[in-house]
Design a protein around this ligand. Structure first.
Ligand SMILES: Cc1cc2nc3c(=O)[nH]c(=O)nc-3n(C[C@H](O)[C@H](O)[C@H](O)COP(=O)(O)OP(=O)(O)OC[C@H]3O[C@@H](n4cnc5c(N)ncnc54)[C@H](O)[C@@H]3O)c2cc1C
Length: 459
């Protein structure tokens, strides 16, 4: 097996393949993760999978335990808990990801090639041919299966010609502040009272990362010059962000949604961000990446390492969780970044629902953290929030929408805006049901074809 990419997806997939006893080589092009604004909050499911794949020493090496999320909208706060006993981890991106490669190298069951770039040459019936390039030298390698874990821009995916739906959403800037500036210790924070969400979470005992979502292509300077941008962030955090921006150049990243037409082609399979990504407000990218490794591990074991069969099963198995995750992040991002009256009503509906339902708080956290992956649950919760939004409008409880006429108008728009999300969700529910049916039998490469009725009756 050859794994291209040494991020969370590549390292866990390489560990998973090695656990199956497969000879595995991981090549990573290498990037300075200290300069990268990327995943730093790992949900409990990610912690559990990294532990199961043998990376527990990385998880113990630092960071801060996370017990759930706090969603803050002005004076209203909802505390969303992980399930009892579950713990996530907030940790600086490079402190989590760089040691994953070190662990693989130290263990010795995966051959690690650093600063090596993989390029596809050809894919034939018996496997894939690639070039491995490093410092001007290159060599050809043949492999039974190539795992493209090369990130969201995935050069390998592009060279396969796999089509994608790509929506560029926004620009994110990130700074470091003191963890004590966060209102709720040990929680990921979503501040949604401003023009777009601000995310924050502790990444050590003393430090927290804050990420501010800005319109595409904005300069970080806007945060200092446009007061409105931090209007949803309470003091003293607001002041801490402004001080940090004076002290240091922020890290910058773009936020995108990418949905792939296929997650495998021939003997090449996409995992992690290469297979799809969404806005990071649910902090689900790394949990999803390690889940891909788990799914690939399972299907390879079940298909006795028959690559075409395993990859068809992988595509079926990973689809429901990823579709739910991306649909949830997209609908929440729309709700949290729009100043339209109907979206204000949806936000009021969320808080109204959470105030009345401790179970709702728990299920929302479960969906955000990808523990709950069923589209039917997301559709049900979304419909409940819309209903609460309509009730809030009816009771005059949406500050941005005053007067019965405007409330009726916003109510109609809220229902209309919910329909596409509910339609996607319902299509997902139907698809989940179909995917839950037993998989059609795909014959193994060396399995004799069953005789057709005609040939059977002839013989
Ligand atoms: C602003 C922001 C905040 C985020 N916050 C969170 C969060 O809090 N929690 C969370 O879970 N997720 C978060 N994410 C998402 C998370 O960072 C990604 O989901 C995760 O890093 C994906 O891991 P990956 O291994 O698929 O890809 P990457 O981490 O991108 O790794 C890809 C690797 O492939 C290598 N590579 C590229 N091309 C080649 C090649 N041809 N050959 C060999 N190697 C190659 C690269 O050098 C790199 O090392 C965030 C993302 C952004 C943008």
């Amino acid at each position: 097996m050859l794994v291209a990419g040494g991020g969370p997806a590549g390292c866990t997939t390489a560990a998973a393949m090695a656990q199956l006893g497969l000879r595995t080589l991981l090549a990573d092009a290498g990037q300075d993760r200290r300069k990268q604004l990327a995943g730093e909050l790992l949900h409990p499911i990610g912690v559990e999978e990294l532990t199961a794949f043998g990376f527990s020493e990385v998880l113990r090496s630092g960071g801060a335990p996370i017990i759930g999320f706090a969603v803050v909208d002005g004076e209203k706060t909802a505390l969303l808990p992980y399930a009892p006993g579950n713990r996530g981890l907030g940790i600086e991106h490079h402190a989590l990801v760089t040691p994953l490669l070190d662990v693989l190298e130290k263990r010795g069951d995966v051959e690690v090639r650093r600063r090596s770039r993989v390029a596809l040459v050809s894919d034939g019936p018996d496997g894939v041919e690639v070039t491995l390039s490093r410092e001007g030298q290159s060599e050809r390698v043949r492999t039974r299966m190539l795992v493209a874990a090369d990130g969201r821009a995935s050069p390998l995916r592009r060279s396969l010609g796999i089509a994608e739906q790509h929506v560029r959403l926004s620009t994110m800037i990130g700074v470091m502040v003191e963890a004590s500036a966060l209102p709720h210790a040990g929680r990921g924070h979503l501040f949604i009272g401003g023009p777009a969400p601000v995310l924050a979470y502790p990444i050590s005992d003393s430090q927290a990362r804050v990420m501010v979502d800005l319109p595409l292509g904005s300069s970080p300077e806007r945060v200092r010059t446009e007061q409105e941008i931090l209007s949803g962030v309470p003091e003293p955090l607001r002041q801490a962000i402004l001080v940090a921006l004076q002290r240091e150049a922020p890290l910058v990243a773009s936020n995108d949604t990418r949905i792939m037409d296929q997650v495998y082609k021939g003997h090449v399979v996409l995992v992690g961000d290469a297979a799809g990504c969404c806005h990071p407000l649910s902090a689900s990218g790394m949990a999803s990446a390690v889940r891909d490794a788990r799914v690939l591990h399972r299907v390879m074991a079940e298909a006795s390492n028959d690559v075409p069969r395993a990859l068809a099963a992988y595509a079926r198995a990973r689809r429901p969780a990823n579709r739910t995750r991306i649909a949830l992040a997209s609908s929440l991002y729309e709700a949290f970044s729009s100043d339209a009256g109907e979206m204000a009503a949806l936000r009021s509906g969320l808080f109204r629902y959470w105030e009345r339902s401790p179970t709702g708080l728990r299920i929302s956290m479960s969906l955000l953290s990808t523990r709950e992956t069923r589209m039917s649950v997301m559709a049900r919760e979304y419909a409940r929030v819309v209903a609460h939004g309509l009730l809030a409008l009816g009771a005059g409880g949406v500050r941005a929408v005053q007067g019965p006429r405007r409330a009726m108008h916003a109510g109609a728009l809220l229902v209309a805006s919910a329909l596409p999300h509910l339609r996607t969700a319902m299509a997902g529910v139907v698809e989940d049901r179909i995917l839950a049916l037993p998989a059609p039998h795909v014959p193994a490469a060396d399995e004799p074809l069953a005789p057709s009725r005609a040939s059977a009756s002839r013989s």
